[in-house]
Design a protein. Structure first.
Length: 169
């Protein structure tokens, strides 16, 4: 009787009772990885809030590696070691950037002026593939205007956002 019920459930819902221990272990690994991630994030609050290309890359890598840690139980410890090593490397590079302007410039980049005294700097716009419409849309979103004449500077920040500085009137 139980065999027929188990077979019905398995065929109807795709549940295989032999995979339940695997599912439980995956849940346990997921909880462990979650707490490791939260712990690492608590040690580096800047990692979450400051958008740099290095932090973005680290987020992508950590997401992929964390997923592998949850799915593949046989390599959980080496994966957690890799996560800690990457997190430590990011922290080390952040400390180097703090102490060296050259390394900071390399890691975070420098802002590029897109608008100066209301005039679009077409060379920079072309270099970063920003259209006039994208610039105006961002201006409208941030300052609720389409008037570039009211802008002293607009620059592409190192995190990829466009920042506008209005003229003093």
């Amino acid at each position: 009787m139980f065999d027929k019920i188990a077979l019905y459930i398995s065929e109807s819902f795709g549940v295989n009772f032999m995979t339940i221990p695997d599912t439980i272990m995956m849940i346990i690994r997921g909880v462990m990885v979650y707490f490791v991630g939260v712990t690492l994030a608590r040690f580096n609050k800047k990692l979450i809030g400051v958008r740099t290309p290095f932090n973005f890359l680290l987020f992508i890598m950590l997401g992929s590696i964390f997923a592998q840690a949850i799915i593949d139980g046989s390599s959980l410890i080496p994966i957690l070691g890799t996560i800690i090593a990457l997190f430590s490397l990011n922290g080390f590079m952040t400390m180097l950037a703090y102490s060296s302007p050259a390394i900071e410039s390399f890691m975070k980049g420098k802002p590029s002026v897109l608008v100066k005294d209301g005039e679009i700097q077409w060379g920079k716009m072309k270099r970063y593939f920003i259209t006039e419409q994208e610039l105006l849309n961002e201006l409208n979103r941030q300052l609720h205007t389409q008037n570039l004449n009211s802008i002293e500077f607009a620059f592409l920040a190192s995190d990829g956002t466009i920042v506008f500085i209005e003229k003093n009137t």
